[in-house]
Design a protein around this ligand. Structure first.
Ligand SMILES: [Zn+2]
Length: 102
């Protein structure tokens, strides 16, 4: 989870940080910019890792998707080229009228 603290007195907002880091920056901002005012504003919460873990997760997801795509493509090609699957008994078109003469 990442937290972004918005100042209640001006347009200041912290970067996406952990809850403790964001809170500290918010308090420091208030001490510097709005002395005497108790820290307010609001907190924005994002369900992601503030330490760049999101990119890692996205990479892992991409890799898994690629693997799945490759696996299904491989299976599809097997299905296409396996003669036993293409010409299973009963699926061959039988030319019933062939050679009977007119
Ligand atoms: Zn402010």
């Amino acid at each position: 989870m990442a937290y972004r603290y918005w100042c209640g007195e001006c347009g200041f907002k912290t970067p996406w940080l952990s809850e403790a880091q964001g809170e500290r920056q918010q308090i420091e901002h208030y001490a510097k910019r709005h002395p005497g005012i108790p820290p307010g504003g609001h907190v924005e919460v994002n369900r992601r890792n503030p330490n760049g873990g999101d990119g890692c997760l996205r990479m892992a997801t991409m890799a898994v998707l690629l693997l799945l795509a490759a696996a299904s493509a491989h299976r599809w090609r097997l299905l296409q080229t396996d003669p036993r699957r293409l010409r299973a008994p009963g699926t061959l078109p039988v030319p019933r009228c062939f050679g009977r003469g007119a």
